[in-house]
Design a protein around this ligand. Structure first.
Ligand SMILES: Nc1ncnc2c1ncn2[C@@H]1O[C@H](COP(=O)(O)OP(=O)(O)O)[C@@H](O)[C@H]1O
Ligand SMILES: Cc1cn([C@H]2C[C@H](O)[C@@H](COP(=O)(O)OP(=O)(O)O)O2)c(=O)[nH]c1=O
Length: 211
């Protein structure tokens, strides 16, 4: 596998309820308007196999290492079948969560060894990283309130959404650590403001890359 490509790879990250889904579609539309062929995808998931693993991942009980192995197995399939071919064609890939989520959730959230995760990442991704990661950063207490608002009449919360504030505080710290380690790849979006103000930050991040 080669990491040389002409496409663009954008990932969107943040704790549950931070506002990722709210802004995903308008980002995809912005890229499409500029003439790009956009591949919108997500993790866990993105292929038939990885979507099947997603169901287990979100709803079956397991420890942090098992979570990491499952999610990285799905990620390998997703990378080889969807992401790399799209980038090789020159497409724009917009992915709702990617490997940073494993460091934040399985690493910082569940307490899995970060060095083991880094080894898995190297095996599975072979150096591939997003060109840009938009990190929707939000106070976990506000995110919890927003999830309550969203969940009225919606589907039942999954294993992660049921976690407490301490868990999401650790996950948030995990994202902060990943962002500090890769400042040229990450853009922190202050997700604690209005939808319009968040959208303006997203647009500015894309504009600053000439996108
Ligand atoms: N900036 C914002 N201010 C207030 N509520 C928001 C904002 N952004 C999103 N929401 C609401 O918060 C809830 C969670 O947002 P969502 O986009 O589903 O988060 P995520 O995809 O990150 O889990 C939704 O009900 C959404 O309408
Ligand atoms: C990609 C990924 C997600 N997750 C978690 C984060 C989310 O709580 C959950 C599902 O993500 P997501 O698809 O964003 O959930 P939803 O569509 O229900 O808002 O999986 C991990 O724990 N590790 C990972 O590597």
């Amino acid at each position: 596998m080669s990491v040389v490509s002409s496409g663009r790879f954008i990932s969107i990250e943040g704790i549950d309820g931070a506002g990722k889904s709210t802004h995903l579609q308008s980002m995809v539309e912005r890229f499409a308007r500029s003439g790009a062929t956009v591949v919108q995808t997500r993790e866990p998931g993105g292929t038939e196999l990885a979507e099947a693993l997603r169901g287990l991942f979100l709803h079956a009980g397991m420890d942090g290492l098992t979570e990491a192995l499952l999610v990285f197995a799905g990620r390998r399939d997703h990378l080889l079948r969807v992401i790399e071919p799209a980038l090789a064609r020159g497409d724009t890939v917009v992915c709702d969560r990617f490997a940073d989520a494993s460091f934040a959730y399985q690493g910082h959230g569940r307490g899995m060894d970060l060095q083991q995760l880094a080894t898995l990442e190297q095996w599975v991704l072979e150096g591939r990283q997003p060109d840009l990661t938009l990190w929707f950063d939000l106070d976990p207490a506000i995110a919890a309130q927003r999830r309550v608002g969203r969940e009225v009449g919606a589907r039942e919360a999954d294993r992660f959404e049921q976690q407490d504030l301490e868990f999401f505080t650790r996950v948030r710290a995990g994202y902060a650590a990943r962002a500090a380690a890769a400042p040229q790849r990450f853009v922190r979006i202050d997700a604690g403001v209005s939808v319009a103000e968040v959208a303006a930050q997203v647009a500015a991040a894309l504009e600053s890359r000439g996108w």
